[in-house]
Design a protein around this ligand. Structure first.
Ligand code: ZN
Length: 119
């Protein structure tokens, strides 16, 4: 088997950042942040007059089900951090995936050219 082509600087950087991020043991979530405005139904509440209660939710898969998880105001920063870290991990994974696929395609192409009979 021919030697594996060296990783690009960009790819090495992505792997190193991903490793550091995972090693830091920061919590992360693959989830989306959603803001919803709702009416609580209590008589006389300001929301009845249109000034709805705005709160943050995480749209996430919990077990097998997609759920909207209500986030109390004092946990909003934590929830945002989970999602942000999750996004960074996914971005880095995607970058590594892309360059791995590009290397595979390039390798296939080189092989095809080598096999072509010379004229
Ligand atoms: Zn209300």
């Amino acid at each position: 088997m021919p030697p594996r082509p060296a990783l690009s600087a960009r790819d090495r950087a992505a792997r190193s950042r991903l490793l550091k991020l995972l090693a830091s043991a920061q919590p992360l979530a693959r989830a989306g942040l959603v803001t919803m405005a709702r009416v609580c139904g209590k008589a006389g509440c300001r929301c009845a007059a249109g000034d709805k209660h705005v709160s943050l939710y995480l749209a996430a898969r919990l077990g097998r089900q997609r759920q909207m998880i209500y986030i109390p105001a004092d946990l909003e920063d934590q929830a945002r951090a989970l999602v942000e870290t999750g996004r960074r991990v996914e971005e880095l994974l995607e970058q590594i995936s892309q360059s791995s696929l590009e290397r595979l395609v390039a390798r296939k192409e080189r092989r095809r050219l080598e096999r072509k009979p010379r004229r």
